[in-house]
Design a protein around this ligand. Structure first.
Ligand code: XIL
Length: 360
């Protein structure tokens, strides 16, 4: 009698264990594969440099500081390495704001991108007042001084930024006031010289040509930039990579196939050629709905999948800011915002979780 009760209990126990196991294996959510960590940890586990553009005056804000050092392992100066800040007069260099970023990066084990040396915006008045004939010398001494200051500490420099016209028909130039740096549609001498000069001063930094709307093969501007870069690389100009800024809109789905085809042709230019994603943001028409935030998340994740597929030619994935609170988007694209991974209160958005998932 006692033995029968025991046997009955024993089978009952086995029955419950088997039932729970079947239930768990069939219906319960599966535990994630691999470690679940911050975006920074997940990116590091895949050798991706996950970056953000920063403003050093915000490091004193606790949430900014915490999010920055927990979630990112690469920094770029949103503004303070640009010529108007760093070289305010012909004889003065102002390195203190940029050095705050260098120290912060060092203290938190991060790498830094340099941005930007030769660009038509945020140029100080003393430079715009110069005649074209003096600009090459100005550019040379600027690059010498800035690269010497940061020598050995910069992962990659945007040596040249946004030199192709929006219509893709040629280089920006001073004939139509779109850039002070070149004096005709075909004058690329200052661009080539910028790369030679940068290489001579800091042989270790990767030298990048950066632009926007240049990511998809088949657009006039992307094709123009590619053909220029192919010509320069073929002629031995020391260009190590191209930057795709990727200031995108949630409402227009990127042509991922054309982006891959563009990366294919760039990395065929020479062994080790880099394609960097340098200024990603995906703006949404405000107020952002849940479905728009979800769609934005899939754009971010698809870009990360492309980066992972092209490793090690793609290792840099930088977003243009940390939080929607300080994003440049609302001030430049009226009615748009919500473009980054963290909302205005530093809460991670669907795009953040989608990136972590893509890296898993
Ligand atoms: C933007 C900054 O985010 C703003 O704060 C500033 O007022 C203007 O410049 N392409 C670039 C970046 O290469 O330097 C720009 O940054 C955004 C577009």
């Amino acid at each position: 009698m006692r033995k029968e009760v025991f046997v009955g209990r024993k089978y009952g126990f086995i029955y419950i264990v088997i039932s729970i196991s079947i239930l768990f294996l069939s219906g319960c959510p599966k535990p994630p594969i691999g470690p679940v960590g911050s975006l920074r940890d997940m990116a590091a586990s895949r050798n991706i440099r996950i970056g953000a553009a920063v403003d050093p005056t915000k490091f004193s804000e606790t949430a900014y500081d915490n999010t920055c050092k927990t979630e990112f392992n690469m920094l770029v100066a949103e503004n303070v390495m640009k010529m108007d800040t760093i070289h305010p007069s012909a004889t003065t260099y102002n390195y203190s704001p940029a050095d705050l970023i260098m120290t912060y990066a060092q203290n938190n084990g991060m790498t830094v991108r340099g941005h930007a040396l030769l660009w038509h915006n945020q140029v100080p008045g003393w430079v715009t007042a110069k005649p074209y004939s003096e600009l090459i010398a100005v550019m040379q001494s600027h690059i010498d001084n800035v690269l010497t200051h940061f020598k050995g500490k910069i992962h990659s420099w945007d040596v040249v930024n946004e030199v192709v016209k929006d219509n893709g028909l040629g280089l920006r130039n001073n004939d139509d006031s779109s850039s002070i740096w070149a004096d005709s549609l075909t004058d690329d001498s200052i661009i080539k010289e910028a790369f030679y000069r940068a290489r001579a001063v800091d042989p270790d930094a990767k030298l990048i040509i950066n632009d926007y709307s240049n990511e998809a093969k088949g657009s006039t501007k992307a094709d123009k930039l590619y053909s220029l870069v192919a010509g320069w690389v073929g002629a031995g100009v020391p260009i190590d990579g191209v930057g795709f800024q990727l200031h995108l809109m949630e409402s227009s789905t990127p042509n991922y196939t054309a982006i891959r085809q563009n990366i294919d042709r760039y990395i065929a230019l020479k062994p080790g050629f880099q394609v960097q994603f340098t200024e990603i943001d995906v703006r949404i028409s405000e107020p952002a709905s849940q479905s728009e935030l979800d769609n934005q998340a899939s754009i971010y994740a698809n870009l990360m999948r492309i980066a992972l597929d092209y490793y090690p030619n793609v290792t840099v994935f930088v977003t243009w800011g940390i939080t929607d609170k300080y994003s440049w988007i609302p001030s430049v694209f009226s009615g748009y915002g919500s473009a980054l991974l963290f909302d205005g209160a530093y809460a991670p958005k669907p795009a953040y979780h989608a990136l972590v998932n893509a890296l898993r």
